[in-house]
Design a protein around this ligand. Structure first.
Ligand code: GRF
Length: 249
């Protein structure tokens, strides 16, 4: 971006030839992941970002819980992993950390605290959350973890799934960017349903983060990804069971 603008300002087309020589190429978006727990979604992101063509670099992991397993996963991947205040309400401290680490995109992956409004505003359209149900159903205050799956089962819904959405000032409310449905089977428990949803979360979150990073690298906002009203739903593979195809891509 900066390089491109500089070339236009200087009006010196020959500089383009030497672009990599005078300015480093910006090819990866610096991503912070906020976590509170086990960190299997963080692991999926770390694994995806190990690929040389990944547009995202997990540059920082923050947890409001010192005992979160996710911190160990981050450290094993040699990513800076820090503990913030338990309530996650120190907006100035959080912003300072994100700024110091040059963070361009924030991902909430199993982060159980509400992000302060000032931080949401600073990362407007640059903060994503993953939720283990098909929003706008089964979201909102108090809807996390096992409670989500219990509510889905109690409702009699035949479908659940995972949703990646932009974060705004309300719980589970921002623009939906990506969804992946899974069936609810007769006899499911909260545990069996959670495991089925988590398996698709691990594919959906990296795909959505990478798609958003491509937008950031192109200089546009992730909210512009699906302005045509389309939602990113990974295409159904022929090898998948038929019940994955209940909602067409
Ligand atoms: C996931 O189900 C995610 O959707 C929800 O919290 C859970 C986190 O799991 N927000 P993990 O810590 O990534 O294993």
């Amino acid at each position: 971006m900066v390089g491109g603008r500089l070339e236009v300002i200087l009006g010196a087309p020959w500089l383009f030839v030497h672009r990599r020589w005078y300015l480093p190429a910006v090819s990866r978006v610096r991503v912070a992941v906020l976590v509170s727990g086990h960190g299997s979604n963080l692991q999926a992101l770390l694994d995806a970002c190990a690929a040389s063509d990944c547009e995202a670099e997990i540059a920082l992991v923050l947890s409001n819980r010192a005992d979160a397993g996710a911190l160990e996963r981050a450290r094993a991947a040699r990513v800076p992993a820090l503990v913030i205040d338990r309530d996650g309400q120190d907006a100035a401290g959080l912003l300072a950390l994100l700024t110091r680490h040059g963070i361009q995109l924030v991902v909430l992956a199993g982060y159980l605290k509400k992000v302060p409004d000032a931080v949401v505003a600073a990362f407007r359209d640059r903060m994503l959350n993953i939720h283990p149900a098909l929003l706008p159903a089964f979201g909102g205050p108090g809807m996390y973890g096992r409670r989500v799956h219990e509510a889905v089962l109690a409702s009699g819904a035949r479908l659940s799934g995972a949703t990646v959405h932009l974060v705004d000032e309300q719980y589970d409310h921002g623009l939906i960017l990506a969804q992946w449905p899974v069936p609810v089977h007769p006899g499911d428990t909260a545990e069996t349903l959670a495991a089925r949803v988590l398996a698709v979360e691990h594919q959906l979150l990296p795909a959505a983060v990478r798609a958003c990073c491509r937008q950031v690298l192109a200089g546009s906002s992730p909210s512009g990804l699906y302005v045509a009203g389309e939602r990113f739903v990974p295409s159904v593979q022929p090898s998948q069971p038929l019940d994955h195809a209940l909602i067409p891509a």
